[in-house]
Design a protein around this ligand. Structure first.
Ligand code: SAM
Ligand code: SF4
Length: 331
């Protein structure tokens, strides 16, 4: 049944409850990650929801049970009003946690204002710890700048800092030791994400996809223990070590049970609800975000749409949805 009481999480037809929103605030990006935007971004960030529209959306969604929000993109730090936007979202009643996922290139200067704005969860994407490879993978020679930004964030004691690393056969499998050392020396959570197939990366995917089994084997050999999984903690299965600080997470979108624990809604920077990462449709909400008095209509619309959320993606059957790249709505 679908919940309608204020702040009771809405459920879809399979009983999954939605407490987490991934909110893209721009689809533009300055990086050219090989698996995401190898030719760069041609998006226009001005098409994104305004801060007023965003506030209306977040207010409506928190009353439907959303408690945790992650700002993403494209590259969210390209938004000139990022700090103001984050501050406004954090103040909406019902928002219990606010996080951001970034490529980290502006983190040196933004870590403090982001922390002051109430951001607690900082996820930084770092696919390689080799300066040379970083340039090949992103089109920018900025690894040191990104790492300095992470150090700044660490000094500011963000409650959660995670490093996202997409596994690629010929690029970073040779760096597992280095990433494990990073987790141990910093106490961060390093999360390995299996490469996902999109409409635009078929050839790259065919060449570079590698399952995370190799990582799991290494974790077991080195004495890391798999923690008990709770969906509220996100899609990663996390491992801890009896001696070392830090955790290692694994995100396996192709696994059978990936969708069972789905607790997230996604909204694109242009204000479209996306029910599944690998779905075929976006549902425009923007026409219902103009004024606060549209809230009941907006909420009823979202509750209706959730009935159509598919029980599972169809990746194993070769259907990747209409996702051109994950920059379109933030992964
Ligand atoms: N630009 C920001 C960043 O890179 O962190 C936020 C947006 S990005 C789309 C969010 C996450 O999705 C990043 O960790 C990125 O590595 C991941 N991602 C993008 N395309 C992917 C793909 N095809 N497979 C797996 N992860 C992907
Ligand atoms: Fe940009 Fe993030 Fe995509 Fe890389 S993964 S191109 S940083 S949106």
């Amino acid at each position: 049944m679908l919940g309608t009481m204020q702040n009771t999480p809405v459920e879809d037809s399979t009983g999954r409850q939605f407490t987490y929103l991934r909110l893209s605030i721009t689809d533009a990006c300055n990086f050219r990650c090989v698996y995401c935007l190898p030719d760069g971004s041609h998006s226009c960030s001005s098409a994104a929801l305004s801060s007023g529209e965003t506030e209306h959306l977040v207010t409506a969604l928190t009353e439907l049970g959303i408690q945790k929000i992650r700002l993403t993109g494209g590259e969210p730090t390209l938004r000139h009003d990022l700090i103001d936007l984050a501050t406004r979202i954090r103040k909406v009643s019902g928002v219990e946690k606010l996080g951001i996922t970034t490529n980290g290139y502006r983190l040196r200067e933004l870590a403090r204002p982001l922390r002051d704005a109430g951001i607690e969860g900082l996820n930084v994407s770092v696919d390689t710890l080799s300066q040379k490879r970083f340039f090949v993978l992103t089109g920018h020679d900025l690894l040191n700048q990104v790492l300095e930004g992470i150090e700044t964030a660490q000094s500011l004691r963000f409650p959660s800092i995670k490093i996202n690393t997409v596994l690629m056969k010929n690029y970073n499998i040779s760096e597992l030791d280095a990433f494990f050392s990073l987790a141990k020396s910093t106490g961060f959570c390093v999360r390995f994400i299996e490469l996902m197939r999109t409409q635009s990366n078929k050839e790259f995917f065919d060449q570079q996809y590698i399952s995370s089994e190799l990582v799991t084997r290494k974790l077991e050999e080195e004495g890391w223990k798999r923690g008990s999984y709770h969906y509220a903690g996100g899609p990663a299965h996390e491992y801890t070590h009896p001696i070392h600080p830090g955790t290692i997470g694994i995100i396996t979108p192709y696994s059978k049970d990936f969708c069972l624990s789905c607790n997230r809604l996604r909204v694109t920077s242009r204000g479209e609800l996306r029910l599944c990462l690998f779905g075929n449709r976006n549902y425009p909400l923007r026409q219902l975000l103009k004024t606060p008095d549209q809230k009941p209509e907006l909420q009823a619309f979202i509750i209706r749409l959730l009935k159509h959320k598919p029980a599972s993606h169809l990746l194993s059957e070769g259907s990747y949805g209409n996702t051109t790249n994950l920059a379109a709505f933030g992964g």
